[in-house]
Design a protein around this ligand. Sequence first.
Ligand code: MG
Ligand code: MG
Length: 259
Amino acid sequence: MIHIKTTEEIELIRQSAQLVSKTLGVIASIIGPGISTAELDKIAEEFIRDNGGVPSFKGYYGFPATLCTSVNAQVVHGIPGKYILKEGDVISVDCGVVKNGFHGDHAYSFQIGEVKPEIKKLLEITKESLYIGIKEAKVGNRIGDIGFAIQNHVQKYGYGVVRELTGHGLGRSLHEDPSVPNYGKRGRGAKIQNGMVLAIEPMINLGVKEVNQLDDGWTIITADSKASAHFEHDIAIVNDEPVILSTFDFLEAELKKRN
Ligand code: MG
Ligand code: MG
């Protein structure tokens, strides 16, 4: 069932999404070669709790951490731990916050130092595809139009679109209806309506679309061990158009400062 949100509810989701955005800003200020994914997780959890939020992921179906940290061939749901980031890595950092009863959920893929040109391109195109997908989230369209646009864009570069995991509705629950696949056909799926809140999140592989799950029961990795990228925004449909509730501004400002 799709929950249509009031203006007040959308504002609360925006506040939670913005706390995630600020948390990713903190991550951007410290991420780099030599730091472990567990350290990133600890700092994110402290920041969220200091700002009156609760990590959405921790304890969700037993997930043990605040962040999902997915490095290189890991697509999503990587568990923070002892792994120490090194030059040339790519890491997707996904974060969720619940505050005032509503969730925010968004993600960014960071390059660690200099990465191979093919990885740089994957990040650029995946991020582009997120905004191309968001543009389609307007009244008059259907959910399938979002995935169609994302798929159409990234497949021009020969990338694989992960099928097993999708974007989703968002609100009082971290995952609500409808599912928002990153592939699809024009004109298919639920009608897009004012008051819908969606997490749109392309998960795009440099190589094949197929993925596997590690024995930890969480981490999703590419079947061909090639890199993967993941960017996620929360959006609301207001006055027939998509409004982005989360922002990469905080993290991009931090990355700029450090360059
Ligand atoms: Mg997420
Ligand atoms: Mg999500």
